[in-house]
Design a protein around this ligand. Structure first.
Ligand SMILES: Nc1ncnc2c1ncn2[C@@H]1O[C@H](COP(=O)(O)OP(=O)(O)OP(=O)(O)O)[C@@H](O)[C@H]1O
Ligand SMILES: [Mg+2]
Length: 248
């Protein structure tokens, strides 16, 4: 078994809109090792979400290959991909994407309904992850009755409930400030440290990026190699205006 959980091999992605063609990814290669916490940074419109979607099997590359946990997902058809996504990947969104009429418990339970699982086992797993994110006392609250930070914790619980090895998060703290942002980052860090999950997080924020082990930067559809020996140097290059504080 290879140490890489994600291998993106020379991927391009071109969107067509009428006669217009937009080449969003122009030949991107990336490896992520099992248990790594990687931050993907880059300006708005540079292709971060596009790349994340390829890795999460939400979209397919125009050319190139995407291998996740030994499976070539760029060769799967839509129904294979849908099945694969349910167990292999947890996706965390900036704006949570919770279903407003469902309770926290029901939102988290949703992915498990696609699996062949007893009601008892389902309940155990839902309660385990809601406990993990510290929301055991909010089971019957609907998203509108939860704070932003709590909604994101429900989003993370939903991403974890099928126990995927890889969690991808698209600006998971983009809508949160201060203490709430730190809580979500603590949670992601604990998933990596305590449960050995691999985490790929898109962020615009140097505070969030500083929590990752490694930074990878995308600009104009290409991954830039950071000519930096340490993460602190990479952070300083990526966020020249920010006062960077090391991770202890
Ligand atoms: N379905 C689509 N059809 C056409 N163009 C698209 C589509 N999805 C994305 N694009 C274009 O691709 C480019 C990259 O988009 P993407 O969402 O990956 O950027 P991003 O780096 O995530 O930006 P942001 O930081 O603003 O979220 C943008 O110019 C966008 O307009
Ligand atoms: Mg985006």
């Amino acid at each position: 078994m290879s140490d890489a959980i994600v291998t993106v091999d020379n991927c391009t992605k071109t969107y067509s809109r009428g006669a217009e063609r937009v080449e969003v990814l122009k030949g991107v290669s990336l490896q992520i090792l099992r248990g790594e916490f990687v931050a993907l940074i880059g300006p708005s419109g540079s292709g971060k979400t596009t790349l994340l979607n390829l890795i999460a099997g939400l979209d397919q590359p125009t050319t190139g290959r995407v291998i996740v946990a030994e499976r070539d997902i760029s060769r799967m058809d839509e129904s294979q991909l849908a099945r694969w996504r349910t167990t292999a990947i947890g996706f965390v969104f900036q704006f949570y994407h919770l279903i407003p009429v469902l309770t926290a418990y029901e939102n988290v339970e949703l992915p498990l309904l696609l699996l062949n699982m007893t009601a008892k086992r389902r309940r155990e797993q839902v309660l385990t992850v809601l406990h993990l994110v510290g929301l055991q006392h909010r089971l019957t609250h609907r998203p509108g009755q939860l704070s932003g930070g709590e909604q994101q914790r429900v989003g993370i619980a939903r991403a974890l409930v099928t126990d995927p090895a890889l969690v991808v998060a698209d600006e998971p703290t983009g809508d949160l400030d201060g203490r709430k942002k730190e809580e979500i980052l603590d949670l992601l860090e604990n998933l990596q440290r305590g449960l050995n999950k691999t985490i790929l997080m898109v962020t615009h924020d140097h505070v969030a990026a500083a929590r990752a082990h490694r930074l990878t930067r995308i600009s104009d559809g290409l991954l830039l190699e950071e000519r930096a020996d340490t993460k602190e140097e990479a952070l300083a290059l990526a966020f020249p205006d920010a006062k960077i504080r090391g991770n202890d």
